[in-house]
Design a protein around this ligand. Sequence first.
Ligand code: ADP
Ligand code: MG
Ligand code: MG
Length: 213
Amino acid sequence: ASRETARIVVDAVAVIAATVDAHVDELGRMDAIAGDGDHGIGMQRGSHAAAEAARAAAEAGAGAATTLLRAADAWSDRAGGTSGALWGVILSSVADRIGDSGRPDAPAVARGTADAAAGVMAYGKAEPGDKTLVDALVPFAEELGRAVAAGASLADAWRTASGAATEAAAATADLLPRMGRARPHAEKSLGTPDPGAHSLALITAGVADVLAA
Ligand code: ADP
Ligand code: MG
Ligand code: MG
């Protein structure tokens, strides 16, 4: 039974890797404008390691939470870079809330996502407005929490939250980076969204399709 409940996690992490694959060059180009150009390749390394680890854990009979935790650890171990560590924090925060028995429910995922936003800010010290993935993650978590509290299904709430993340990521084009490698070349990045915010929005859109299936 636990293998069945881990299926949604395996599918979600596989879709994350496929989403990154489809955008790997775009993410690299965005990161090259003011950063070091490795965001596509780093996200690809991390998400594929995570997908493999999730598949192996589920195959060994792990439930949803344990499967997602294995994915989180593999991502941060193998990605390298700031975003790899932060994606480890994001996935492990959700894992800590969803439990190993049963299908992950909407309130648990919403709590995990709120923890992820708080955890990323605690770990990386960026705040909203600093032009980082925090600028997409915070509105995503807020909208998810709001929609779930209003009684929406996980799939519907996630779709709404993903729309908010997509808008917020696009809006980072107008911001000057105050954190990370892009900071010394801040003015060059004006007009381009933050790569980490953009990849997060793309990933939430990909996962929305898994939850709706
Ligand atoms: P690196 O900067 O180590 O090369 P990546 O290129 O993979 O790592 O990721 C860059 C992205 O990481 C940025 O676009 C930004 O979204 C995010 N980022 C960088 N520093 C921070 C931070 N302190 N807090 C939150 N996000 C950050
Ligand atoms: Mg980089
Ligand atoms: Mg780097």
